[in-house]
Design a protein around this ligand. Structure first.
Ligand code: GLN
Length: 197
């Protein structure tokens, strides 16, 4: 039984829960997915998803609800964590455009620019290339951050928009600029789940 918690303080939580359930079905995995709101929900957990939303709010609420330090420690200990959009910002080591009150988990050795796509291209969809699957993946970008630098050779690209890296993994961690939970395609959730099996 694999237990996945979606950090449920703010953002696209239920969509990630649905996508993870579907990915479990596709993989034939017996599992449970739940909203993760309090530190006691982190007991006996096998994987964590940090959704998109607004990273200042997610950061503030994770600290307030006592989740921040425990999630950071679990990530350091090797528990699989996937961050999408604002969740990617939360995982990152360096953030351009952060507000003063924002705290980051600093687990993923990349530099991101928080609101890099700007207002003109606020939101868009585009086909992406994946490292582990031949078919293109439709990436949904919503006021997305941009991965501007990989800071360590432990970080491997797993998704590209043209020749730009838009998704990475680093051992137990996955960070995506886009929202895989807003499509019916569960390949990235399946790829992530395999880290927890
Ligand atoms: N740019 C947003 C932030 O800084 C993230 C947007 C998203 O998650 N869709 O939090």
């Amino acid at each position: 039984m694999v237990k996945v918690g979606v950090i449920g303080v703010q953002g696209a939580v239920s969509e990630h829960i649905e996508a993870t359930k579907k990915a479990m079905e596709n993989l034939g995995v017996n599992g449970k997915v739940f909203w993760l709101k309090k530190p006691e929900h982190l007991k006996e957990i096998d994987a964590i998803i940090i959704p998109g939303g607004e990273s200042t709010t997610i950061s503030r609420l994770m600290v307030k609800n006592g989740l921040f330090d425990v999630v950071k420690k679990l990530g350091e200990e090797g528990i699989p964590i996937m961050g999408t959009c604002a969740g990617l910002i939360m995982l990152s080591k360096e953030v351009i455009g952060a507000t003063q009150e924002q705290k980051f988990l600093e687990l993923l050795e990349i530099k991101v620019n928080r609101n890099a796509y700007g207002r003109q291209v606020d939101s868009f969809e585009a086909p992406l290339k994946l490292a582990f699957s031949p078919e293109p993946f439709i990436g949904v970008f919503i006021r997305a951050p941009k991965i501007v630098e990989l800071l360590s050779n432990k970080v491997k690209p797993i998704a590209w928009l043209g020749d730009r890296v838009v998704g990475v993994e680093q051992e137990n961690l996955i960070g995506l600029e886009f929202h895989p939970e807003l499509t019916d395609d569960t390949r990235l959730h399946e790829y992530f789940l395999k880290k927890a099996l």
